[in-house]
Design a protein around this ligand. Structure first.
Ligand code: KDG
Length: 306
């Protein structure tokens, strides 16, 4: 049976600051945008897999256990003999959440095009990756393009999140690589903040037009609490967001991607998928951490009153 979605990227150990804690304590958990998405897909009941490298260390083993617990196929996650598993810290202030990375030379940054599992990928319905997958190293960027080319030749759809992280590369590099990737995408997940930084555009319809003209087949523009604008070149619809008690938006976009992809595969309707994904992402912001906060299908259905 075909795997629904194969995700490629870097998983990370997460330390998430507990706000207003006098001892400045951090909760440990896991993150890494495409790993978060793979878990979100599995929690909605679709099948997902992950392609990456972790360190041959305690945290690498913990991540492998996490994917096994979450029913994410990790048969294509290798343990690098020397390079460590990457780490990030999440701190919170009035401006929201902020990331600090300790990931240079990490195991995942050693991904190479030879790591792409051609036969496994051919048996997959969607390949999902992000600009973070491309930003962490030159060889990981080459791996991303090799996987995209391999997938396209075999009729596997491409899903791509612009996840712009200026701490990992320059804005110019990011713009060049992201805008070379967009024409290869079947579904593109930009966020309003990313696109404004990349293009200067602020008006949602102008942004979806820009990316449709660049060659993306379906654009799902994430606007946080304002919801999403979904455009496929024939129709364009704004799907409103939800007002919830947000405590931490870390990973909300990844939860959105995973929920969208699983629902899109189920219903073949991007507008219905966006409605479902909006709910999943909103729920995820009501708890701390990138992974612990990802809801399962039952919670999303209940939130939608179904
Ligand atoms: O979207 C949340 C991710 O950004 C977070 O889990 C860490 O992958 C991460 C990154 O590189 O920022």
């Amino acid at each position: 049976m075909k795997l629904d979605v194969l995700c490629i990227g870097e998983p990370l150990l997460e330390f998430n600051q507990i706000p207003d804690d006098v001892k400045n304590t951090y909760r440990s958990g896991f993150g890494g945008d495409t790993s978060n998405t793979a878990i979100a897909i599995a929690r909605q009941g679709a099948s997902s897999g992950f392609l990456s490298k972790v360190g041959n260390d305690y945290f690498g083993r913990q991540l492998l256990e996490l994917w096994q617990r979450e029913n994410v196929d990790c048969s294509h996650v290798a343990q690098h003999p020397e390079a460590p598993t990457g780490i990030y810290f999440v701190t919170h202030d009035a401006g929201g959440h902020h990331f600090s990375y300790y990931r240079k030379g990490s195991a995942a940054s050693h991904l190479t095009p030879e790591d792409v599992p051609v036969e496994f990928l051919a048996q997959t319905r969607i390949l999902h990756l992000s600009a973070i997958t491309q930003a962490i190293s030159t060889s990981s960027c080459e791996t991303a393009f090799a996987a995209i080319n391999c997938a396209r030749k075999r009729g596997v759809r491409i899903s791509y999140d612009t996840n712009l992280r200026i701490k990992l590369w320059s804005l110019e590099q990011a713009r060049e690589v992201i805008h070379c990737t967009v024409p290869l995408c079947d579904v593109l997940f930009p966020s309003l903040d990313d696109v404004t930084a990349l293009t200067g555009l602020k008006e949602p319809a102008a942004i979806t037009d820009f990316y449709l003209n660049l060659g993306a087949k379906l654009v799902v523009l994430k606007q946080g609490a304002q919801g999403v604008l979904v455009a496929d070149g024939k129709q364009s619809k704004h799907i409103p967001g939800h007002t919830v008690q947000t405590v931490d938006a870390t990973g909300a976009g990844d939860a959105f991607d995973g929920a969208f992809l699983s629902e899109w595969l189920r219903q073949d309707d991007p507008f219905a998928a966006a409605k479902y994904a909006n709910a999943a992402a909103s729920i995820s912001t009501t708890q701390f951490g990138a992974v612990d906060s990802i809801p399962k299908r039952a919670a999303v259905e209940a939130f939608l009153g179904r």
